[in-house]
Design a protein around this ligand. Structure first.
Ligand SMILES: C[S@@+](CC[C@H](N)C(=O)[O-])C[C@H]1O[C@@H](n2cnc3c(N)ncnc32)[C@H](O)[C@@H]1O
Length: 254
């Protein structure tokens, strides 16, 4: 397997392993999905829309999509157990709509367009090449169709990164894009942002939280050795405030 395929498989396995515990730990993700759903509700979608969701997880955004007047929902995730959980969570939510569930890598979307809406809540930060993926997804939109997403942006987990720098270490976390970079990914894309904060009892509680929701895969599968990790954790004995810097993007095809 290539390194790229290896990383994808590890991300899928980590999220699948968390399918049963995700909902209890994913407060931030629930909140972000609700905020994205409000943005989607303001989009001028046609009646009986055709909708694609990438990275559905257990279905926080999917539940909101099920309330839209849609003829078809194509709900996808790279992690089979997340998709299975979503299917259970949204069963009977949209009796008038054809709902299809697909295990799919959103960076390699094996679905036929066109869609009136393509959306993703907190899945794109796992993509290896977001600009290319956005262009590919935009190509699946019908004229007048919309792309709407929430993704992590540059200042996310800045406290954790700062603790690594202070210890002379590199945090093996993904480097999320700043707003300016997201704004350049598609012509005339609209980006807004906010910052959510959560407090964890200590560094271990933060890492346990990431594991509970399946989001603990380090960048390129790199991990700190136990000694280095201990020196980072020491700085958080009294608790850790964590920033989630969230960017919301909407783009419409002419
Ligand atoms: C943090 S969860 C968010 C789930 C859900 N959208 C929510 O708001 O709770 C990220 C989800 O993205 C999925 N994911 C990660 N990489 C993906 C990819 N390349 N293609 C599709 N889904 C992916 C994960 O399996 C996981 O279910």
């Amino acid at each position: 397997m290539s390194q790229h395929a290896d990383i994808k498989a590890a991300v899928a396995a980590a999220f699948s392993a968390a399918a049963d515990t995700y909902d209890d730990g994913a407060e931030v993700q629930r909140e972000v999905a609700e905020r994205l759903a409000l943005r989607i509700a303001r989009l001028p979608l046609p009646p009986r829309a055709r909708i694609l969701e990438i990275g559905c997880g257990t279905g926080f955004l999917t539940r909101a999509l099920a309330r839209i007047d849609a003829r078809e929902l194509v709900i996808t995730d790279i992690a089979p157990a997340m998709l299975a959980r979503c299917r259970i969570n949204v069963r009977d939510a949209a009796p008038e709509t054809a709902v299809e569930f697909l295990v799919m890598d959103g960076e390699d979307p094996r679905v036929e367009g066109p869609f009136d809406l393509i959306c993703a809540s907190l899945a794109f930060q796992w993509f290896a090449d977001l600009p290319a993926s956005l262009a590919r997804l935009a190509g699946l939109l019908a004229p007048g169709g919309h792309l709407a997403f929430a993704t992590l942006a540059a200042d996310s987990f800045c406290e954790w990164r700062a603790a690594h720098s202070a210890a002379g270490l590199y945090a093996a976390m993904h480097n999320y894009p700043p707003r300016a970079a997201l704004s350049n990914m598609l012509p005339e894309i609209a980006i807004s942002e906010d910052r959510l904060h959560r407090r964890y009892a200590d560094g271990i509680a933060f890492l346990d939280h990431l594991k509970q929701i399946g989001a603990h895969m380090p960048e390129d599968n790199r991990r700190l050795g136990p000694g280095a990790l201990r020196s980072v954790l020491r700085g958080f004995a009294g608790g850790i405030d964590v920033t989630y810097h969230v960017a919301y993007g909407t783009w419409s095809r002419r």
